[in-house]
Design a protein around this ligand. Sequence first.
Ligand SMILES: [Zn+2]
Length: 148
Amino acid sequence: MSDTAIPVIDGWFSTGDAPALIGSSCRACGTVCFPRETGFCRNPACDAMEFDDVELSRRGTVWSYTDARYRPPAPYIPSTDPYVPFALAAVELAEGIVVLGQVADGYGVDDLHVGSEVELVIETLYTDDRGDRTIWRWKPVTTEGASR
Ligand SMILES: [Zn+2]
């Protein structure tokens, strides 16, 4: 583990105007992993055990996607009643890894296709007595480049 100036939430992502997922980069071979690796390098040809935190690409392309039409098993949070379906996207980043995530609020599978561009956003999953619980999501990048 290295000392880093990246403000990290629960070890998963940075916040601010340009949030990014936090991965690890092997000091010996440069292999990038997400979630962060703290044990052994995942490159089978490398036996290194030291990593640096790195911010991953904020944009990627949709590798695959699906609609979560059925409530996931417990301890699924937030467990809303009635259950609200959401979309999931597997997104390929320039680092060569695919990261699964929910699709941003207000978007669904109709907004996605394989190869389309998405951008990382941090949104509130739910709020409890400890405050807002945030999660990373993939937001489709519209051709107009505008948010909605
Ligand atoms: Zn390595």
